[in-house]
Design a protein around this ligand. Structure first.
Ligand SMILES: [Zn+2]
Length: 77
């Protein structure tokens, strides 16, 4: 089955809104979310992108390398 990826990069002020919509705000506050690429703990300050892979949500930090890798993940499909 084909996998679908959606990459969404947010403006800072939209991050909080989106995080609470996804019920992730509390987890980010507690430092429970890690970058799906490099494993760095995600905060509101370093959140770069939210990647949706089918039903799963992957959070990517704001490192250029991670964003690039996430982009590669998408163009691969
Ligand atoms: Zn990262």
């Amino acid at each position: 089955m084909k996998e679908y990826y959606t990459l969404v990069v947010f403006h800072e002020r939209e991050v909080e809104k989106m995080l609470s919509k996804l019920n992730l705000a509390e987890k980010v506050e507690k430092g429970e979310i890690k970058c799906a690429i490099c494993g760095k703990t995600i905060t509101k300050e370093n959140l770069g992108a939210i990647l949706r892979k089918n039903g799963n949500i992957l959070i990517i930090c704001d490192s250029v390398k991670c964003i690039e890798k996430a982009g590669g993940l998408i163009s691969a499909f």
